[in-house]
Design a protein. Sequence first.
Lengths: 338, 659
Amino acid sequence: MRFRNLSALLVLPLVLAACGQGEDAPPADTAPEPAEAPAEEPDDAEEPDAVAATLDCANIEVWVPYGPGGGSDRQVRRLEPHLSEILGVNINVVNREGAAGATAWTALAAAEADGCTVANVVIPNILIAAEVDDAPFSGDAFSYFGFTEASPNAIAVQLDSEFEDIEQFLEAARANPGGVTVGGSGQGPMATNQFMEATGVDVTFIPMEGGASDALAAIQGGHVDAVNFAASHVLANSDTVRALGLSSTERSPALPDIPTLYELGYEGFSIVAVWGLIGPPGVSAEVMQIWNDALIEANQRTEEDLVAQGLTPLYPNLGETEALLSELIAGFDPDDFR
Amino acid sequence: MIEGLLHILNAQFLLYMFAGVLVGIVVGALPGFTATMATALVLPFTFGLDPVIGISMLGALYVAAMYSDAVPACLVNTPGTPSAMTTAFDGYPLTQRGEGQKALVGAAFGSLVGAVAGGLMFLFLSAPLAIAALRFGPPEFFWIGVFAITIIGSIAGDSLLKGAAGGAIGLLISTMGLSTTGGVTRYTFGVVGLRGGVALVAALIGIFALPQLLELVSRRRIKDRAHEVTSRRGVTMETIREILRRPGNVIRSSAIGGLVGILPGAGGPMAALVSYNEAIRWSKDRKEFGKGSIHGVVASEAANSGAAGGSMIPMMALGIPGSGPAAIILGALLLQGLNPGPRMLITSPNLVYGFAWSVIIAGFVTFAVASLIARPMTRMVAVPVRFLIPVILVLCVIGSYAIRVNMADVYVMVILGVILYFLSQIGFHPGPVGLGFILGPIVEPKLVQSLAFVRARSVAEVFFLRPLSMALIALTLVSIAWIAWSRTGERSIFRAPETGDSAPDNGPRWAVREGVLCGIVSLGIGVVYFSFSGRGAADWAFPILLTVVLMVFGALFLVLAATGRGGRRVDLVPPIVRGHGVDVAIAVGVIALYTVAAPVVGFWPMTAIVAAALAIYLDNSPTLRSTTKSVVFALVATGALFYFMRHVFYVPFPRGQIF
């Protein structure tokens, strides 16, 4: 039951959204710093102005750790024009794909912590890279500017599948242990292990390649019985795919008719993907605050797109970002991948 | 349908169309810059537009890039995108014969027919084709990949065994890095930069462009100019007439392109490979292919352009992008609040049909531009080699860096290039190696997925009893039988001894049979990779199989050599110390120094220094005037190139520690 903490997450966004909006209090007291950040804070000779509202960057580079077209790419390109306007600096988006995100994050860990080089982050992906794939960085070492959106996972089937609801699906899986197939990519193994642990059934996991297109093709073609991927894909493909259950405690506003496994009494299927923006380790508190403010505003401006894509908007300030991160890390178990 | 056409025909649409084509042509022609990157770059400009105009511009960009990737393939043997690998097989020999313009016109015309065919399929056959595409599951994809591997039989060059060994090497190296299916790290030898694996684009630049560059270096004392140009009027019409004398080839190639294009993930490179293979199989003068057949160029280009339109079908009809650019276009639609899927045709027919028409229109716009630039482009490579070589080198380095903004990819490119140069000296053709790189990422994950199904079903059910799989297995067997048949009578496994052999039998002591070297290389790579293989996970099955295959090939080479069929003798000394060997060694040294020093010294200054140094060194009759020219050329050319890359494509070059 180590996932119970995490399963409260999908309530959190609503709370955070409420307190994140209209927040204009000075940063100093509301934003407790990450535990190790102050120690590594760069001792810049020129002390940044206390009321500095802009970054000292000729250009800003935002790295996408994945290829063009994916969820991370879409997040960055959605925010880019707004961030550029708010920060008053030209932004270049760079796709640095490779090693399931680890190539970009490895490079970011060594980049200058001036706030001019930042990257998209996905949790749990960065934790998988650090703790399962042994990438040379630690997930919590970076400067987390904020999180922008989240999505629970969905167990989804073909639109005209024989399974009317999750109970029928579980029934079939119980009747034929290992005979029912579930596809998924990225966090798929973790999500499916959670699902099996929570429901007590034994399904066969089929590892798909990155992105949702592989899983979508497999489910639409009937090659797998179900897929386990971000619920936002269900909304974008509502003509062909239907969700049976979600991995959150509360129902998703975008998919109000889909029950959560939690409400059906299966506790522990609680994976949630959270997207955000990070800087190299040791970015100064002032710069962190500038980024956090800009991120919240840019995200508010694009909230409509975000909700239309079935994603849950997040507006945490720096303190809440830190708290959310700790909770996500506490709920992450690398053993789910082994 | 007609309404869709009328919906888009306006001045604004044509303007954006033209802009998309121009960007596409530039991007496609630069190795390392892909249509996917360019569509992502252009995406923000489409936000404010009418959705159909926005996505049509992105589509036009893709179609144009599928033509222009043939330009560097034909002119400097460097595929602009992986889709143009087979274009280089015939396009470059044409350029070497002074018929570069013919090659480019052929590529343009093939692309036109391909784009039109892809667009028509999109317009009329979307629904049935999308449903057909869904029937391909992981096992079917695996078998398509296996079928495609038999294409080695067509492109192996003179020795089937060398082709097969080359293909195995390409497949094996393509599995390096974190596996896409299981998160297993393979063959990184402890190097962090290798965790991301080998970038396909960087690998293809390495195995095609770099050996060619070294070849130009080695010949520069004989030939001051890389190629002659016999440019004259009327080439365009002449070439088109020649192509149309074999209408079957261009039609078949376009159809193959469109059909392979609808299979998500297979895309342009696979389409071009299959089409090129079929072009050879159905041709009466098979021997011409690989030596400068215009029909080979047409087959490749018609197929990869057809695949562009084909890849839009599953994107629109199912919400499954069939290619990188299709994924960006899908993202553009989602950002506009449109969810592609079966209902799209009912809810927004003008958008779907308008977009399909735009693919066809993009084909014509691209052809018009391409015809205009064919001659000037051909003239560009007729400059003296001392100017051409630095430019190619810089494009290779920047291209392999830009693809993932990763210096490790540059080192991989250089290492592969140097290895392939030496392999080409003992008769390996780069084609099968490139095929391995292209097919590895398609076949291998599908094998892992298929193996995962075995827990739920029996092996026979997964691999052999599905009707489509059976058809594909039959196709594979036919292909193998055809190879056996078409190669009967070829007694020698190795090419016949050439006149002017570098080492006659009574030659120097340091000479060995070609077959011995081939055996050592195959066996060596097989043994090294085998010893670094992990056990247990399904992700190791394919690479371990390949290492075993390579060891068997290596042993076979050695057995053949021991029984007197080892091919010609190769002198080990001259490449290192004599004649042109010095030039090659110096060039390799300069390239190594360049790539190692660039991140320290600063990318642009180091590039300018290297370009100037090469231009001066390769000058056959240096005078003060020509030296000044070399230096000015190096500064201007590299400066312009860097400014363009930095500020138009936002390539973030690492800041040097000195500059």
